[in-house]
Design a protein around this ligand. Structure first.
Ligand SMILES: CC(C)(COP(=O)(O)OP(=O)(O)OC[C@H]1O[C@@H](n2cnc3c(N)ncnc32)[C@H](O)[C@@H]1OP(=O)(O)O)[C@@H](O)C(=O)NCCC(=O)NCCS
Length: 200
């Protein structure tokens, strides 16, 4: 774990006051489609190389506290994955870590630094994962989110993913109890979603 960061790490930024928020302090709001804030920034997406290792470790540290994560009943190390990076001004601003597993792309982690969220980075990373799957002739992409993670559940469904399975109690069993997650909602279940690859 990176000693430069103090727990709990910021995951979101308050659009009202600009405060960086750990997940437990974040709250949801509902607004008109026309009022969602989008301040465009210039960024590009590419596949990571060995030289990106420390930047990847840093964003994983902030998102997960480590590079290893358990999804779909398996353990994935982000450092072993096919990592798609969004960069702006030469800096990593977002990561989608993927693995080819069971004939499809598994999204292992999606994380955008709080100051760059809401600017289309996450959407561009989904497009890049879709293109990766298309190039490899894979038919689908799958992702897993925990029940508390309403922003990610919203985000993936907005991008065409549909729930196909809920592993009830999986997350609570893994950690031994239901610990507080987004907005202090108890983390209990793993919600699994899938989307067909689109030829763009
Ligand atoms: C969910 C997540 C991947 C979305 O990435 P993003 O770059 O903000 O995605 P986009 O800008 O393409 O789209 C954001 C969409 O989600 C909504 N949204 C969800 N969370 C948001 C946030 N924190 N800020 C702004 N918009 C957010 C937007 O309204 C937008 O919806 P719309 O397309 O219907 O207008 C990102 O918020 C994230 O990384 N969350 C996890 C937090 C985390 O891991 N933090 C660790 C930081 S290192």
């Amino acid at each position: 774990m990176n000693a430069d960061f103090d727990l709990p790490y910021p995951h979101y930024r308050c659009p009202e006051c600009g405060k960086d928020l750990p997940v437990g302090e974040a709250r949801m709001t509902v607004t008109c489609a026309g009022h969602t804030q989008k301040n465009p920034v210039e960024f590009s997406v590419r596949t990571a190389t060995a030289a990106d290792r420390s930047a990847i470790e840093r964003i994983c540290d902030q998102a997960l506290g480590e590079t290893v994560t358990d999804v779909f009943g398996s353990t994935f190390d982000v450092l072993d994955g096919i990592n798609l990076l969004a960069e702006s001004g030469g800096q990593l601003i977002g990561l989608m870590s993927t693995a080819v597993f069971g004939g499809e792309i598994t999204v292992v982690l999606t994380s955008v630094y709080p100051e760059h969220q809401g600017t289309g980075v996450g959407a561009a990373l989904i497009d890049a994962a879709n293109d990766l799957a298309a190039k490899r002739n894979l038919a689908s992409l799958r992702v897993a989110v925990t029940n508390d993670d309403i922003p990610l559940l919203y985000f993936y469904q907005r991008h065409g993913f549909a729930i196909y399975e809920v592993a009830v109690g999986e997350a609570a069993d893994r950690f031994g109890s239901a610990s507080p997650g987004f907005s202090a909602i108890p983390v209990r279940d793993e919600i699994r979603l899938r989307r067909n690859v689109c030829n763009r």
